[in-house]
Every structure is written in structure tokens, then in C-alpha cells.
Write a protein that binds this ligand. Structure first.
Ligand code: NDP
Length: 277
């Protein structure tokens, strides 16, 4: 019997998840199917119920249903609890196990694929939405020397920073700031986790934040040189990356969780990469 998996969202046409998981399945010799499921905005639970009733084994969850999946799950992993959102589910009888692999996927991409350890680095994260929420604890586990979250709505940055400060295992200083407070500060790794790039906008980031030798990482993917990456390039940053590796790595984490085999992501990243020009 072929095991069935899916990604659920609205819209869903753009999703690369079936391509990624079917490529992993082929290489790992796994007998599995993976489809796209378009759920009505008010119909997440009904769609998941039907998929489970038909024998579905697991699901990835994308916008706008990550909070619905959080409410739907019976067993939330710490990653999902901290993120307040779910991006992967596993179905076993009446149990719905839920994880959020976005943060761990991001960190794995940076540390392993890009060869940029976060240990001892000054790290800046732009944005305080779902992606940042999921990424803070995995970043802190790498023991940077400091972690600053900056957001347009400053209170959200402060709230997330204090949550992460409380839940981390180490003692890395974590602060939440507004963009104007970044003047005079420099960072070794700067992540753009705002959604500004999706509409070709640039957060009000001073170009002086990039330290010599910095990595500028755009979480959005497939958009080429976004305004954020352009700003970094103009500031002299040569190490630029987008979120294609994060996408592949969070998928690999889910695949390993479902199937017990961790696939290599190199081919998938290569095939999905859009040049940063
Ligand atoms: P959310 O909608 O949860 O959060 C958006 C954040 O962006 C908020 O902090 C918001 O600030 C900020 N923002 C939006 N527009 C601007 C702007 N013009 N200037 C400054 N700040 C702005 O989004 P997500 O956290 O879910 O996603 C963030 C990014 O991460 C997206 O680009 C998404 O595509 C990417 N992503 C990539 C993944 C991957 O696998 N590569 C996985 C998940 C996300 P405020 O609070 O003030 O409104």
C-alpha cells in the first residue's frame, strides 16, 4: 500500500512541497504519494478529517493554516509550542502529532549548507512574525553571542525576545528593538524574516548594520535579488543567500520524522535555486 501525504494551504498551486518530497522518496526508495490539498479558508479541519479517514499518514501545513493546525493537533512538540504554529503533522489513529520544522531547517541551512556557524556571532533578525517565532530557539541553541529581533511593531519584537530569553537553555542576551535603534550597531548574520520581500519592499534597515564578512540571509525564496539582498550587496556584503535551503531542510526534517530516513537535500536545492541577480 502506497502511503499518502499532502501539503494543505490556500492558495496551494505555488507549493514546491510535492516536488521536494517526491524527489526525496525516489532517492530514499520510499513507497509514498504526496499531493497538494486546497482547503477553503473556513474548511481546514474538515479537509484534514477527510484526508485522515482516507488513510493519510501525514501533512505539511502552509499559509494560512499554521494556526488552525496548532489548534487541531493533539500532541504539540516544543518547536510547535514555541512557534505557536504547526508546519508538519503525523497521523496515528486518533493522535495528531505536530511539529514546526521551519526554524530547525533555517539553522541547518545556515550552519551545514552555507558553512556559517552561528556560535559566537552577533545575529540580527528582521521581523517578528511566524517565521521568526519558530526560528529563535533553534538559533539560540547554536549559542550566538547576542540575538536582536527588530520589528516595525516594536512591542511584538520585545514580546518575542522576552519569550525566547525565558525558554532558551543557555544565557544568550536577546533583545527586541525598533529599526531606528539599530544605528551604530553591527551584526555578523542578518536574517530578513519580514514578508516585505514578497511585495518588493525594504524594511527601514540602516545599511551600516552589516559587519565586515557578514552573511545576509533572505527567508523568502525564488525571488532573486530582493531589496534586502540588494541593500546588503551595496553595503559590500558578498555572502548572500535566500530561503531555498531552508525550504528544503524543513522538508527533509519532516520526511525523516515520517519515514525514518533523512534525505540529502543537495539536488533539490540545486533544482529549485533561482540565481541571486
Ligand atoms: P508573518 O506575516 O507572520 O510576519 C511578517 C513580518 O514582516 C511582521 O513582523 C511584519 O511586521 C513584517 N513586515 C511586513 N512588511 C514589512 C515592511 N514593509 N517593512 C518592515 N516589516 C514588514 O510572515 P512569516 O513570518 O510567516 O514569513 C516571513 C517571511 O519568511 C516571508 O518572506 C516568508 O515567505 C518567509 N518564509 C520562508 C520559509 C522558507 O522555507 N524559506 C518558511 C516560512 C516563511 P509587523 O509586525 O510590524 O506587521
Amino acid at each position: 500500500m502506497t502511503d499518502r501525504y499532502a501539503v494543505i494551504g490556500n492558495p496551494i498551486e505555488q507549493s514546491k512541497s510535492p516536488f521536494i518530497h517526491l524527489a526525496f522518496a525516489k532517492v530514499a526508495h520510499q513507497d509514498m504519494d504526496y499531493i497538494k490539498l486546497l482547503a477553503p479558508l473556513d474548511g481546514f479541519a474538515a479537509e484534514v478529517d477527510a484526508f485522515r479517514a482516507a488513510g493519510g499518514k501525514g501533512m505539511n501545513v502552509t499559509a494560512p493554516f499554521k494556526l488552525d493546525a496548532f489548534a487541531y493537533a493533539t500532541d504539540l512538540a516544543p518547536s510547535a509550542q514555541m512557534a505557536g504554529a504547526v508546519n508538519a503533522m503525523k497521523f496515528e489513529g486518533a493522535r495528531v502529532y505536530a511539529e514546526n520544522f521551519d526554524g530547525v531547517g533555517l539553522v541547518r541551512d545556515v550552519v551545514h549548507n552555507l558553512g556559517c556557524p552561528l556560535q559566537g556571532k552577533r545575529v540580527l533578525v528582521l521581523g517578528a512574525g511566524g517565521a521568526t517565532r519558530g526560528a529563535l530557539l533553534p538559533m539560540l541553541a547554536e549559542q550566538p553571542s547576542q540575538l536582536v529581533v527588530v520589528n516595525r511593531t516594536v512591542a511584538k519584537a520585545q514580546e518575542l525576545a522576552s519569550l525566547a530569553q525565558q525558554h532558551q537553555l543557555g544565557a544568550v542576551p536577546v533583545v527586541g528593538l525598533g529599526y531606528e535603534q539599530l544605528q551604530g550597531h553591527q551584526f555578523d548574520v542578518v536574517f530578513n524574516a519580514t514578508s516585505a520581500s514578497l511585495t518588493a519592499q525594504l524594511p527601514p534597515l540602516p545599511a551600516s548594520v552589516f559587519a565586515p564578512g557578514a552573511l545576509a540571509y533572505e527567508l523568502a525564496y525564488g525571488k532573486g535579488l530582493t531589496p534586502f539582498l540588494k541593500l546588503a550587496q551595496q553595503a559590500g556584503v558578498t555572502h548572500l543567500a535566500d530561503g531555498v535551503g531552508m525550504l528544503a531542510e524543513q522538508a527533509a526534517e519532516a520526511f525523516a520524522w515520517w519515514r525514518g530516513v533523512r534525505p540529502d537535500t543537495t539536488d533539490v536545492i540545486c533544482q529549485l535555486t533561482v540565481p541571486l541577480v
